[in-house]
Structure formats: structure tokens, C-alpha cells
Write a protein of this length. Structure first.
Length: 153
DNA sequence: GCCAACGTTGGC
DNA sequence: GCCAACGTTGGC
């Protein structure tokens, strides 16, 4: 089983939004980065777990735990001119962009701020803490995952 | 709002 | 294939 971290700007899609969905399940659409696409399409498997990460907001940090419930399939929002993330170069016969479906497992008792994560040596190599990282989907190591859940509930 | 970091684009 | 220009991300 693999572990992931998935970023969302709460102004666009928040953990409240996910929680209020039927089945607390949602398609993780709108990712338009090739590295992230490869992970969504090829690597993320049913049963994998992922942190819900609040980005570009007042207190960036980890807000909850999700499970992958449907593996990579073409992102329909890439074909729809009405959509913000419409990609006119995307050929429906050879889709460029992919997504997975996620389901909320639980919220954390409180958001773990990025600033707190940074203070922990065992997390020093965590991808989301690296300066300049711009991936919206990234792997988390087993060690990092368990360290975080041991230190914050 | 600023700006560093990084991805993408396009001319050559 | 190089690389400058440009756009976007995201923390602060």
C-alpha cells in the first residue's frame, strides 16, 4: 500500500466540501501537471491512503485522511469548455489528464500546520516541506505517514 | 500583494 | 535542442 499527499485550495474545494458529498466521495479533478498526472494515472491504487492538504490559504497544512476508491481514469473537466481547467489541446481519443476518486476516512482533530511539520527532524525530507515544490499530488513515505499519525491524532 | 521556484512555450 | 520569456503555484 502507498501513501500520498493531495493539495487543495480550500477556497476551491475544502474538506467540508468533501465531507458533504454523498458517500464523502469525490473525483479529484483539475490536476494539470504531468508528474502529478503520472501518479494519478499509473501509481495510485485502490486502498492507498492520502492526506488532504490545505494549500494557498491562511493556515496551510494537513486536514484529513482520504482513501483512493477509484483508480485513474480520464478527467472529464479537461474536455468541457465551461470548466476552469478545460484543455483545448486534450484529445478525447487520447486523454492527457487523469484523476482518481477519493473518499474521506476522517478529519484530523485539527489541521496540522505546515509550520509545525517543519519543526520535526524526522520529516525533514518530506516532499511537501521542500522549498519550491509545486506538485499538487506527491508521495509520502510509510515512515513519514506513521510518524505524523503518531504525533498528531 | 510579493516573490522565489519551477513548468511550459515558442523562436531560433 | 537551447534558452529567454512568460505563467502559475504557494508560502509568507
Amino acid at each position: 500500500m502507498n501513501y500520498w499527499l493531495m493539495k487543495s485550495d480550500p477556497g476551491d474545494f475544502s474538506i467540508d466540501d468533501l465531507e458533504s458529498r454523498r458517500g464523502q466521495t469525490a473525483p479529484w479533478d483539475g490536476v494539470r501537471n504531468y508528474q502529478a498526472r503520472n501518479m494519478l494515472r499509473d501509481e495510485m491504487k485502490i486502498g492507498d491512503l492520502a492526506f488532504f492538504y490545505n494549500s494557498s490559504c491562511e493556515v496551510p497544512g494537513i486536514a484529513g485522511i482520504m482513501e483512493i476508491v477509484k483508480e485513474g481514469y480520464p478527467d472529464p473537466t479537461a474536455f468541457d469548455p465551461e470548466e476552469e481547467h478545460y484543455d483545448p489541446k486534450n484529445d478525447p481519443d487520447k486523454p492527457t489528464w487523469y484523476l482518481v476518486d477519493v473518499k474521506l476516512r476522517r478529519r484530523l482533530k485539527r489541521v496540522i500546520p505546515l509550520t509545525e511539520l517543519k519543526r520535526h527532524k524526522p520529516l525533514a525530507n518530506m516532499k511537501v516541506l521542500q522549498k519550491g515544490n509545486r506538485l499538487s499530488v506527491m508521495p509520502v513515505t510509510r515512515q513519514e505517514w506513521h510518524y505524523i499519525l503518531k504525533n498528531w491524532k
